[in-house]
Design a protein around this ligand. Sequence first.
Ligand SMILES: O=P(O)(O)OC[C@H]1O[C@H](OP(=O)(O)OP(=O)(O)O)[C@H](O)[C@@H]1O
Length: 217
Amino acid sequence: MTDRQRVVRRLQETFAWRDTPVGEFADLSGWWRDPELLRMLGPSLAELHAGEAAGEAAGAAAAGQTDAGQTGQGARPADAPGRPTVVAGIETRGLVLGPLTALHLGVGFVEVRKEYRIAGEGQRDGDDPMLRAQTPPDYQDGGLTLMAPRRLFGPQDRVLLVDEWIESGAQANAVRRMVAEAGAEWAGVAVIVDACEPRVRERLGVRGLVAEADLPG
Ligand SMILES: O=P(O)(O)OC[C@H]1O[C@H](OP(=O)(O)OP(=O)(O)O)[C@H](O)[C@@H]1O
């Protein structure tokens, strides 16, 4: 069994849908509780984009990325062109998975915050200008604004976004706009569960470890 197959199997074994009075939710707590899975997640996410050649569009090779159990290509050497220079992660789960992935790649990490969750909202810009991008107004009952310090992305950067789940792609798209505003390059999205439509996958360069359909019902 390959490492990729082992990761997929453990993701499936430790995942559960939970019923609550307000609806069903995906319980991912078992993923973080499994030490072996936690160890493997960073390398597995990093390797989703490891095979890209310099200048290749991030989404061009997305087809087939949800084939559970397929082995990813090996990590590129540290100075390889096309390799991410920084990992970004959106709170909440991106703040866990991003650093795990960045550690494997040997690069730094940028936290992307949700503005309404930051105490003293909007107060941080004084001596530290922020990049901000909004999701559509109807997203999550009113939309949300994502933010990150502008100084953390530069024109020399190639940014890989890491998250646990992607569906509409609204949050990833907002981060992509922030990256573009900073003049940096977009490397794509590495995600555990890819539940997005093909056009979103291609546009954002999404590669996932599993499809939602691969998870137990
Ligand atoms: O593709 P999209 O439709 O944009 O959805 C994906 C986003 O939704 C989830 O975050 P959520 O807002 O649920 O964050 P939370 O963990 O902080 O509740 C997930 O972590 C992604 O960031």
